[in-house]
Structures are given as C-alpha cells and as structure tokens.
Design a binder for this molecule. Structure first.
Ligand SMILES: C[S@@+](CC[C@H](N)C(=O)[O-])C[C@H]1O[C@@H](n2cnc3c(N)ncnc32)[C@H](O)[C@@H]1O
Length: 242
C-alpha cells in the first residue's frame, strides 16, 4: 500500500533539490567497472509495481527485517552493518554517483545478498513503501543546510517525520546523528513534537554516546578530526495500538 495522499508532498517541493552534487571526479577504472556491473545486480527498480508490500521479498535469502539508510555517502556504515547483520535486508539510498561507486567497492567480495540500492532521491522511494515495512531508518550526518532560507531542504522536518513514522513498524527505530548543533536542536524539536515516536534516552549523556552497535561514518570521522562533537538521537516507533 502506498503512502496516503495527505503524506505525499506536493510537486513543487519535490522539485526542490535536497542534495548536493550528483557526480564528482570521474570514477577510477575499478569503481567504474563495479558501478557498471555490480550496481545493476542490486539496484532497486523504483517503478511502483516493483516495490513489494513486503520489502523482505526484495532479498534472495530470508531476512528477518528491513532497514533503510538515507544518504549513505561513501557507504562505510552501510557496508559494515550489512556484513554484521546478514539476516537483515538493508536498502541504501544515495543520489551521489561517486558515493554509490564507493559503496560498491566496500561491498565487492563481501557479499551483497542483503543490500539493495536506490541511487536517487529518497523522497520518491518514501512514497512507495508500505506502512510499517521498515524496522530501522538511519539518517547519519545529513546535509545541514545551515541558512534559514534553506531549512525546508532538511531531510528531517515535519512532513518527512510523518513519513518515517508511517513507514516504521511498531518498536522500529529512527537513528539520526549530526555534528551540526543547529540541526540537532531542530531535529530534536521536530521529532519530539510527534506523539507516535518516543526518544530513547535513558541518561542525560545518551545523546552524546553512540549506541553499542554503532559504525562510524566518514562524515563523523571528519567532524571528530575537526574537534566537533556529534550528537546521536534515537527514536522508537510507539505501538499503533496504544
Ligand atoms: C553530509 S553527507 C553524509 C554521508 C554519510 N551519511 C556520512 O555520514 O558519511 C549527506 C549525504 O546525503 C545525501 N542526500 C542528500 N539528500 C538526499 C536525498 N534526498 N535522498 C538521498 N540521499 C540524499 C547526499 O548526497 C550526501 O551523500
């Protein structure tokens, strides 16, 4: 079942670009080959009829649940999570060609059975997945769009939070991390306003400590090298029957 009309953004908003470049430096030979040969074997076909209601059926081997990583960048986090969790299907979404090629390099030789890639804007995909079909959504170090006039390009905002909540199954988790304090405050404020999710913070310092199964991302490493302190927010989807 696709997203109800009230959750579908209007076309003028979908025209608004949320991501930076689509392409960077020309791909080196190995990456180009992997991009051309490996990606087509795991690329998600975004035609609505090809997105199954049960996302688990996208994967050749049985998986117990499906996670979505939005904006995986170079794919370092996704590749390690996929390797550590072979019984989970992971859909990675990233429109930046060089990032997708980098993920292919990380996956090459490590198995790709539990990974599927949507190499475009996640907003299209969010509308096609069935309610309650995701157990986890990762939004890690998203573009902060620091200027006020660009805030509506942020990936976390009221409209997308409704979509995330709609797509998460009961008890499912939304993970957000950022080193941009303005975006962290913004995300926390907007997420706390939604009554269908609750902040998983048991101690005051929780938002400074990554969860135990955390895998560092490239942007996180860069932020720490600059001396910035990332924040980690985890929200749980409340039961729909509460
Ligand atoms: C700052 S980078 C962070 C990359 C990675 N998560 C990390 O922490 O290293 C943000 C990424 O989000 C991607 N992105 C931005 N808007 C997106 C969208 N609408 N759909 C999917 N990915 C998006 C960008 O292309 C970029 O690679």
């Amino acid at each position: 079942m696709a997203l109800p009309d009230f959750l579908i953004k209007n076309s003028s908003d979908i025209d608004l670009r949320w991501y930076g470049r689509r392409t960077g430096k020309p791909l080196r030979k190995t990456r180009k080959k992997l991009y051309e040969e490996l990606l087509p074997t795991i690329r998600l076909d975004p035609e609505p009829q090809n997105i199954p209601t049960d996302l688990k059926t996208l994967f050749p081997n049985p998986v117990r649940e499906v996670w979505l990583e939005i904006g995986f960048g170079g794919g370092e986090h996704l590749a390690v999570q996929a390797e550590k969790n072979p019984d989970v299907g992971i859909i990675g979404c990233e429109p930046f060609v060089n990032g997708v090629a980098s993920l292919m390099k990380h996956l090459d030789g490590n198995g790709v059975a539990n990974v599927r890639i949507y190499d475009d804007d996640v907003r299209h995909l969010l509308k096609l997945m069935a309610p309650g079909s995701l157990a986890r959504i990762f939004i890690l170090f998203p573009d902060p769009w620091p200027k006020s006039r660009h805030h509506r390009r942020r990936i976390v905002k009221d409209e997308t939070i409704l979509q995330f909540v709609h797509l998460l199954k009961n008890g499912g988790e939304l993970r957000f991390a950022s080193d941009h304090q303005g975006y962290v405050s913004w995300a926390l404020r907007h997420l706390l306003q939604n009554d269908d999710i609750s902040w998983i913070a048991r101690r005051p310092e929780d938002w400074r400590i990554p969860p135990p199964d955390w895998v560092e991302t490239r942007y996180e490493q860069k932020a720490k090298a600059r001396g910035d302190t990332p924040a980690y927010l985890r929200f749980e989807r409340k039961s729909r029957f509460d």
